[in-house]
Design a binder for this molecule. Sequence first.
Ligand SMILES: Nc1ncnc2c1ncn2[C@@H]1O[C@H](COP(=O)(O)OP(=O)(O)O)[C@@H](O)[C@H]1O
Ligand SMILES: [Mg+2]
Length: 242
Amino acid sequence: MTLQLEVANLQKRFGGLVAVNDVNFSLQAGEIVGLLGPNGSGKTTVLNMISGALQADGGRVVFRGTELTRQKPHRIAQHGVARTFQLVRPLPTLTVAENVLVSFAFGRYRHWGREAEKLVEEKLEFVGLEGRGRERVGNLTYIDQKRMELARALASEPSLLLLDEWLAGLNPSELKTGIELVQHLQGAGITILLVEHIMEAVRALCTRCIVMNAGQIIASGPSAEVLQQKEVILAYLGDDHA
Ligand SMILES: Nc1ncnc2c1ncn2[C@@H]1O[C@H](COP(=O)(O)OP(=O)(O)O)[C@@H](O)[C@H]1O
Ligand SMILES: [Mg+2]
């Protein structure tokens, strides 16, 4: 096993609220690990600190031996960490290909011109949008927007991908497709930290889970074991959205 990501004593405060309180975990290369917990438990804030969108108040993020703590998002992307956002934010007036193309400017390996176009086509093919680069984003179905979002994240050739409720809102057949896409990413050697509420997806994808509640990790271990722990079930039952 190769250590990919190490998060140690991570802390984030918003005024008087401790949103992330002494969070510790690590990811091995090639794993898909679920980051679970009721709404407001601090999951997105953890992803924000790993990706550099938010500065940590304390603790460290080490990725493949390099300290990423408090580095700028574009630097972190260049080290091979990519993410999707909980709320999809495509640039609606651009085409599918243009949306992916803009992501290349911030990637680990920067590409321009013909070479970039070729890579865009390659990523679109990978996510199942082969030959659809010229379509307007506004006309895409929801699953196809999700595919495009994934292609954008892949533009930076990530070795770690942070997925923030990427499967939310899909209908049952789209969910099946979405799960297969995540498996496809793992097959390509990408390590994945998956924030997810859909238990069917967690069971299908995650060998391990980390569960947060009120900013702290309350359970972690093999998915099947963690998901039946009393503390975990209680944390979810206490939340309207779970
Ligand atoms: N930018 C922010 N400013 C103030 N409070 C925030 C901010 N982001 C998140 N929070 C608060 O931090 C807590 C954790 O939020 P979040 O990480 O989004 O939880 P989750 O993703 O698990 O639902 C919540 O109470 C939320 O309201
Ligand atoms: Mg969230």
